[in-house]
Ligand binder design. Structure first.
Ligand code: PMP
Length: 306
């Protein structure tokens, strides 16, 4: 799969794809010290609309601060750069990837005098786990890799180095014929997916692990909590979910900017519920897509129109 990108914004300049390069001695390339975001822009009747941009920007600046990065650009600059990238490339819908990284100066682990550089790219990106996954659900395995505890790497910030764990868990799952992994935390309870949060449905109530379980506080997670609550569901958002509860759940699903709302149909080859998308998952998923594609006027303050 090749990325369809013409223009990349790098520290104030709109750069051609071919010129958007960094030096091999870039600090963040060696030590995984960058922070990033993943954001979606949806095609709506009112034109392209970026979903929860302000919340993603909040998390980007918070992640940056946690690693002592000082982003040399204002929120307004990053916003304008992103809108301009979408307009210039005539994108209707896309994935947006801002990255903040320690650039080139010295290669001690301490970033010392390294500049904090920033780039933003956008490209069209369909359903992360496949279009049919949204309807039929995905087969997942519980990874043999545990999620790093938040006392080891701040799991609530989106730092590139933390994704070693995601890559290993995901590749292990795919190498064993599954679509994705579920990763347990250090205590052995459910944390999240490699790039998704996990939700469980039991007896019509909804459960999802809280931040104390060493998860990323997903913006889609928060969105689904809001949507489900407004639909009248009881949502337990600081749930401890034991591994065994996965096998006996009525329904399970993933949430994430890339994965959106994706049902989980099996865990370790055991069918969850009827082994298809469950009714609560379907209702929330439908509502989610109605919201992000603006088939409703509700939640309009979640959107930045291009
Ligand atoms: N957990 C991890 C580890 C992730 O990488 C992501 C994707 N950003 C998520 C959860 C979901 O977060 P969000 O809904 O903000 O995309």
């Amino acid at each position: 799969e090749e990325m369809d990108v013409d223009t990349i914004w790098m520290d104030g300049e709109f750069t051609d794809w071919a010129d958007a390069q960094v030096h091999v001695l870039t600090h963040s390339l060696h030590y995984g010290t960058a922070v990033f975001e993943g954001v979606r822009c949806y095609d709506t009747e009112q034109g392209p609309a970026i979903f929860r941009w302000e919340e993603h920007l909040d998390r980007l600046y918070q992640s940056a601060a946690a690693l002592d990065h000082e982003i040399e650009h204002t929120r307004e600059e990053l916003t304008e750069a992103t809108l301009e990238l979408i307009r210039r490339q005539d994108l209707r819908s896309c994935y947006i990837r801002p990255l903040v990284y320690y650039g080139y100066d010295s290669l001690g682990v301490s970033p010392e005098e390294c500049p904090t550089d920033t780039m933003i790219a956008c490209w069209p990106w369909g359903a992360y786990l496949g279009e049919e996954a949204l309807e039929e659900g995905v087969d997942v395995m519980v990874s043999s890799w545990r999620k790093h505890h938040s006392s080891m790497i701040p799991t609530n910030v989106k730092a590139t180095g933390a994704y070693i764990n995601s890559m290993l868990a995901g590749e292990e799952a795919r190498g064993n014929g599954y679509i994705e992994a579920i990763v347990l935390n250090k205590e052995g309870d459910v944390a999240e997916g490699p790039g998704e949060n996990v939700f469980m449905v039991n007896d019509g109530e909804i459960y999802t692990p809280g931040l104390a379980e060493s998860i990323l506080d997903g913006i889609t997670r928060q969105t689904v909590i809001d949507i489900a609550t407004d639909l009248g569901y009881e949502v337990h958002e600081e749930a401890k979910i034991a591994r065994g509860q996965l096998y006996t759940a009525d329904e399970l699903f993933f949430t994430g900017t890339a994965a959106e709302v994706t049902p989980i149909r099996t865990v370790d080859d055991k069918e969850i519920g009827a082994g298809t998308r469950g009714p609560v998952t379907e209702e929330i998923q439908q509502r989610f897509f109605d919201v992000v594609e603006r088939r409703t006027d509700d939640y309009d303050d979640w959107f930045s129109y291009v």
